[in-house]
Write a protein that binds this ligand. Structure first.
Ligand SMILES: Cc1cc2nc3c(=O)[nH]c(=O)nc-3n(C[C@H](O)[C@H](O)[C@H](O)COP(=O)(O)OP(=O)(O)OC[C@H]3O[C@@H](n4cnc5c(N)ncnc54)[C@H](O)[C@@H]3O)c2cc1C
Length: 290
């Protein structure tokens, strides 16, 4: 298949890109890595009049910024770049671990972190990871800048709060404090496929192994990343022993309401999510012991 006809724009300055988005936003798409957009255009699941290729933008948009308290991933940072950075892998092991389960290396070589977030596939790993990490999304247009949390950014299946004239400029994550451990678990029928369900967990533990804070977000079971607040509430103030893990598995099953599709039934996804929660919490416990 070939895409429909469109005008191709390759701005070199952010202002130029934002002006194009302001002028053509309703009939345009931003091209980042193209790993989701190009198949959609080729299969004519999307039709546009203008393609705004942001790959030539300068201004450090392809360089992650590691600062004392925060890590920022701008729009043109490739997924593979994060996965291969020892500094980022050390600082954000949850992100690195999830990235290794996104598609295949060839796709991650081109696909951007921000592109995956802007695309907002409910089964994608990175939206749930950013939800668990409580990331902030910086969005720009010719008219200004705004910052959103994950709960306000992801609205529905393939739908975010981005307006037609806006660009996701970067995503910022606070550096997890000492004593934070994390895990990402998913199940896909083949390596590199979208997961039937996935779970991102980040927990703070004190020196006695008691959980001081916990955020859990699931992928693939709802139109947007789903915080598992009952699981979070159960863990805080407790040790991650086997009884707690079994309780967390049951709590996860009870608090979600997945739907059935051609890949899996709702009942299977419910059971799977519980198992993934238990295993992810066991990974956290093991990481803390190590
Ligand atoms: C075979 C295959 C398997 C895959 N498996 C997985 C998987 O298991 N898990 C997974 O998560 N993903 C998977 N993907 C998708 C892949 O991770 C994509 O790279 C990612 O979803 C989109 O990133 P991109 O940079 O390629 O974005 P693009 O394809 O360029 O863009 C995707 C969408 O986001 C918009 N967009 C991109 N960047 C911005 C921005 N900065 N601001 C505003 N809008 C923007 C585009 O306009 C478009 O609508 C797979 C893809 C393929 C082809």
């Amino acid at each position: 298949m070939k895409p429909g006809r469109f005008a191709y724009h390759a701005p070199r300055e952010l202002d130029e890109a934002l002006a194009l988005l302001k002028e053509y936003g309703d009939d345009a798409k931003v091209l980042a890595g193209g790993q989701s957009l190009m198949p959609m255009l080729n299969f004519r699941l999307a039709r546009i009049d203008h393609l705004i290729d942001v790959n030539r933008l300068g201004g450090g948009l392809d360089e992650p910024r590691v600062e004392a308290d925060t890590i920022t991933i701008p729009a043109l940072v490739r997924q593979r770049q994060v996965e291969r950075s020892p500094e980022l892998t050390r600082a954000l092991p949850l992100l690195a671990s999830a990235l290794r389960q996104v598609a295949h290396p060839q796709i991650r070589n081109r696909g951007t972190v921000c592109g995956s977030l802007a695309h907002a596939d409910p089964a994608a790993e990175l939206p749930s990871v950013m939800t668990a990490l409580d990331a902030r999304f910086t969005v720009v247009s010719a008219d200004g800048v705004r910052t959103l949390g994950a709960a306000d950014f992801f609205l529905f299946h393939l739908t975010t709060a981005l307006e037609a004239e806006e660009l996701l400029l970067e995503v910022t994550i606070d550096r997890p404090p000492a004593g934070t451990h994390s895990a990402f678990r998913e199940f896909a029928t083949r390596q590199g496929d979208f997961a039937l369900a996935g779970v991102a967990v980040t927990c703070g533990l004190d020196d006695d192994g008691v959980v001081t804070g916990c955020r859990v977000a699931a992928a693939g079971i709802a139109p947007t990343p789903r915080r598992l607040t009952a699981v979070e509430g159960l863990t805080v103030g407790n040790r991650l022993d086997d009884a707690l893990l079994a309780g967390a598995e049951a709590a996860a099953r009870a608090e979600i309401d997945p739907t059935s599709d051609i890949h899996a039934s709702a009942a299977y996804r419910r059971r799977l999510t519980g198992v993934l929660v238990r295993r992810a919490l066991a990974d956290v416990r093991e990481a803390a012991h190590a």
